[in-house]
Write a protein that binds this ligand. Sequence first.
Ligand code: NAD
Ligand code: MG
Length: 300
Amino acid sequence: MGKIENQFAMQDPTTQYPQPEFEKQPQSAPGLAREMRPKPDHGETSYKGFGRLAGRRALITGADSGIGRAVAIAFAREGADVALSYLPSEGADASEVVSLIEKEGRKAIPLPGNISDEAFCVNLINDAAMQLGGLDILVNVAGKQTAVEDIADLSTEQFEATFRTNVFALFWLCKAALPHMPAGGTIINTTSIQSYQPSPMLLDYASTKAAITAFTHSLAKQVVGKGIRVNAVAPGPIWTPLQPSGGQPQDKIPPFGSEVPMKRPGQPAELAPIYVVLASQESSFVTGEVYGVTGGNHLS
Ligand code: NAD
Ligand code: MG
């Protein structure tokens, strides 16, 4: 594994981060980043900012761990104040992110709760906007993934819970956020390679990700006249607690990431720069776009 000084240090990306085999490491959902071996890199010691989001006010869901945590750290280092959404059981991960944001001299507003409830989503947006003094950026990262091999074993309860968390919450959060957002505001959703190349054991999850891709294209066209841009990021396999906590069967954890051309999983820190550019004015002509971060598998 190479030395990660900052996101600009030139090195071989295939050996930049840990490669399979990994240890089996079952956790119950939602998992905690602090329990993972090896520890994921969220850019804690490496992400270097340049004020690209100076003064922006952002709400990030799933901000305690994984991709959302890397985005929260990067946004704070780029000068944004950040409200963080996560489940109450993830307080230990979230408090580490709050400290990292405050260390940058930025505001961190922890807002725990369950986004599969519409009333909670409306309150989440209103609380974030009130405590940040407005809302410029909404980043939807939270998601639920539970692998089930056979449709006969996929319950209606799970199917509904996956849709409520991944799709309904996105609808409720975007709907509540838009009235707060000024021209120049941005929404970034998190879809997946699963939207394009679905795995057989992720029937419900892959379907939600395809819905998120279509939602992103449609909403982008609907709100472009308000000067608000809507884009999505489509990750491939990323080393986060989502995977060992039921996102994959446990026997898929040791070889996790070996199937992509880079032959390793991505780290959350490798996603953050893409969310930064999509949130910032640098991507002013980009809307309705899906940006793949997959280790070499194409979105098609
Ligand atoms: P993660 O477990 O670190 O993050 C997911 C977060 O979702 C959790 O931290 C939790 O706070 C939040 N969440 C889940 N259910 C919730 C609920 N009901 N209410 C509130 N918050 C809830 O894992 P991650 O891999 O960083 O996942 C982030 C996003 O990336 C997800 O949308 C996931 O589908 C997507 N994604 C991940 C991968 C991967 O390989 N890890 C690949 C493609 C897409
Ligand atoms: Mg988490």
